[in-house]
Design a protein. Structure first.
Length: 248
């Protein structure tokens, strides 16, 4: 009886030890049926990482229940909790969702052209100018005009418009500052808030305002580190839940 009991304990110990041994997990990352290279594959549990090759393939050491994060710029990150089935099959496929592209601001400018009257009006104005010129020529009376003179008023308006155009162009080309909410919304998919943080869609906006009020959020905007951002959101979520309980 004792022998059987010792044998059973030994087998269980062996199985537990075997299940906790790191295994090399192979897989591929795709997006819209196309393979993705240089995707960051991060084992958040073991604090290790690798990248996909030109064929979108990767290999990383894992244990069951490890948390893997797949991250690439211009794509929403995806998280996978490793199961024994994943390790057994040893051929997982991860699909990343691309972020929507933001269109650059289109600047529409207007240009005012000088008004040109009818042929009759133009002819009358030309004739009047000629008559005035002739009057000065034959009478010697100076009418206060300069022949072929420069229109300084028009030049002044042109210079003002030129400098104003440059200032408007600078203001349009200035890159808008990235705030914390935009950083999170462009990095984390909506499922992260509902599935991982267990927040309802109605609570998401309030939660982001709660996080934005923390001075540490400003440092995340400068660093733009996905792991730091996630750790911050997880920690703030615990605080957010405690606040909700206290309010009740």
């Amino acid at each position: 009886m004792k022998v059987k009991l010792l044998t059973t304990i030994s087998l269980l110990t062996y199985q537990i030890g075997f299940s906790q041994t790191e295994k090399l997990l192979n897989g591929k990352v795709i997006s819209q049926n196309h393979t993705l290279k240089d995707v960051e594959v991060i084992n958040k549990t073991a604090k290790t990482s690798t990248k996909t090759n030109a064929s979108g393939e990767f290999s990383i050491l894992v244990r069951a229940k490890d948390s893997l994060i797949f991250f690439k710029q211009d794509y929403f990150f995806t998280r996978l909790k490793v199961s024994q089935e994943n390790i057994r099959k040893n051929n997982i496929s991860v699909d990343l969702v691309s972020k929507p592209e933001e269109l650059n601001e289109v600047v529409i400018t207007t240009m005012k052209l000088p008004h040109i009257g009818s042929t009759v009006e133009s002819s009358n104005e030309i004739a009047l100018a000629k008559n005035t010129s002739s009057l000065q020529k034959y009478t010697g009376v100076y009418n206060g005009t300069i022949t072929n003179g420069m229109d300084f008023i028009a030049m002044g308006e042109g210079l003002i418009g030129l400098f104003k155009g440059k200032e408007d162009k600078k203001s349009k080309n200035k890159t808008p500052e990235l705030d914390f909410k935009k950083l999170v919304n462009t990095t984390c998919p909506s499922s992260f808030f509902t599935k991982d943080l267990k927040l309802s869609p109605e609570e998401k906006e309030l939660f982001l305002e709660f996080c934005d009020a923390d001075p540490r959020s400003k440092a995340l905007i400068e660093n733009k580190n996905i792991l730091s951002t996630m750790d911050f959101l997880y920690a703030k979520n615990e605080e957010f839940k405690k606040v909700k309980i206290n309010e009740k």
